[in-house]
Write a protein that binds this ligand. Sequence first.
Ligand SMILES: Nc1nc2c(ncn2[C@@H]2O[C@H](COP(=O)(O)OP(=O)(O)OP(=O)(O)O)[C@@H](O)[C@H]2O)c(=O)[nH]1
Ligand SMILES: [Mg+2]
Length: 718
Amino acid sequence: MKVYQADQIKNLALLGSSGSGKTTLAEAMLFEGGVISRRGDIENNSTVSDYNRVEHEYGYSVFSSVLFTEYQNRKFNFIDCPGSDDFIGGAITSLNVTDTALMLLNTTQGVEVGTENLFRYTEEYSKPVIFVMNQLDHEKANYEQTLENAIDAFGSKVVVVQYPVTVGEGFNAVIDVLKMKMYQWGADGGEPQILEIPDDQKDKANELHNTLVEAAAENDEPLMELFFEEGTLNEDQMRQGIKKGLIARDMFPVFCVSAKKDMGGRRLMEFLGNVVPNVSEMPVPKTADGTEVKCDPAGPTSIFVFKTSIEPHLGEVSYFKVQSGKITEGMDLINANRSAKERIAQLYCVAGNNRHKISELVAGDIGATVKLKETHTNHTLNEKGTEYLFDAIHYPNPKYRTAIKTVNDADDEKLGEVLQRMHEEDPTLSVEYSKELKQIIVFGQGEFHLNTMKWRLEHNDKIDITFHDPKIPYRETITKVARADYRHKKQSGGSGQFGEVHMIIEPYYEGMETPATMKVDGQEIKLNIKNEEVHDLPWGGKLVFNSCIVGGAIDARFLPAILKGIMEKMDQGPLTGSYARDIRVFVYDGKMHAVDSNEISFKLAGRHAFSEAFKNAKPKILEPIYNVEVKVPSDRMGDVMSDLQGRRALIEGMASEKGFEVIKAKVPLKEMNKYSTSLSSITGGRAFYSMSFAQYDKVPPEIQVELMKAFEEEEKED
Ligand SMILES: Nc1nc2c(ncn2[C@@H]2O[C@H](COP(=O)(O)OP(=O)(O)OP(=O)(O)O)[C@@H](O)[C@H]2O)c(=O)[nH]1
Ligand SMILES: [Mg+2]
């Protein structure tokens, strides 16, 4: 395979809503570039991009795939991303390592929710966008409507480069107003005939040509002057203007294809090759410490691993972008994240599951290698003496969580390993074993995301699992002062056990005063505080332990044992067995025995006294409350609000932002179960939300009763 230089390489993200035809278009362009000799399709599970079994099962892309093709002495690296919002991780990965996005529009649907969502990401990453109208051969195709939608949604920067002569079954030609030619295909697509524009299309073509020329001139002062002098621009000048417009996101050109019939791919590649920016024309990437790393083939070798996949018979494949220098087979590099040496034994250019060996890859290119020992996604590898370290790709927080359980306990260990591997392949999928909830919780972007995970576990790894509602990490606390005395006494044979503890407990809050006396059950008790210990609890909140023993009623050396006894009960609140928090304890009296008292006796006395006092102190269950921010299109605001109210939400604010209403609310975690699915169905997938932990609050009385009942049942079962 040929080695390409930076100015011959174009890195492109294939984006667009699910079903817009990205995978099919990639197949056509690989075929036209001669990288594959047969054009596969989705219906026969035969595309090079969707090669995973789960993708065949669902008929969708699930993973982003790295593909290359060659055309007119250019190399194109495409990353074909899944369109569904549940697999947004793929689009994010690709926007981090490509320079231009091809946004497919399904002309049978117009601009879709998914298109708008993805467009927003291209905005965030400041990437040029080219719109590709697809499915023009479909009987329901509507070019004009889709174009109108696009202008409505993305503004007048959407500029036509091509329009179809007819759409639907008869689609076989487009007018290209940059070239001012007609491209026409035979039934099999592929190479077009380049013809003069027919008379009946001339007026329309001229008008669109003038609009394009003006749009191209607008982005460059000298071009603008030239345009005023000459009244037009030549093709080269237009290309120059369009390139500037693309980079500045001042222009979103529109192209036409039928991916399925292989029409338009060649002309599109010609344009991509000649006009879209290459890496060195885009802003210079920076390392984590702000060092600029120019795309320079003569610079020190540095590569960034952006994706890992585990392939049958091959093991781990690491996909990387060459940020600087050249990488050659047999090279030794240092992993900057692990300070470990890695040998690059083989180098590949990848087209889905086809790998083509290559001896060298130059700055700006994308490739893959296998069998790295310690390198994972997001790692930087450098040649010796270079210390670049690139920031990890940042993925959105999970939106969906569920508990999973293996059907056969024997699979537990394997499940852990497989889930770890899946996380490596798809960072938006993560797993956590909660010791507190005694559940394995998996986190993802939505229900569909986790369903495909389940399918893969069952079919690829032969691990049967079931989904369960994740438990809620409740807490318990007290709401009033209570007192308890407890005597632990045991007389058996020789030495016995004896310990007696008197204690008062009360609700603790930040900044409360320390009293000198306390009134409990009508009795005034004097507190001689000797020592106060504030313990931050690992599960949040505090336990404040005061020793106020006078006259040596209990020896100081037994106090740690009393605290230990209390801590054992803090682990397991009396209402639901949840962790307790925010309690202040005063041990103010007790008794001991000269011979029989020991640590164990006081630990037990402390524990029982605390347990009794806890029950008398009006205990309450606390639940986790989350800050939830929902971005919703104005017309769905009412529905989303009433749904939130049904979830016991406390609305804290509303604001308008770029065509969206932003609702800020505090919502109990218990009510947020499957929220992403409901929000999506209420708004047709047009809303977004994020959530983060805020605080613990008391649950309403009826929920407390419900939870206590459930706990009792559970205890009985155990
Ligand atoms: N008629 C027609 N059908 C097409 C065309 N392009 C794609 N399709 C069909 O549309 C469906 C979806 O195509 P894909 O290539 O899987 O779409 P995608 O954008 O990769 O979809 P996701 O992977 O789910 O994001 C398949 O059934 C294709 O055969 C086209 O140009 N014309
Ligand atoms: Mg696809």
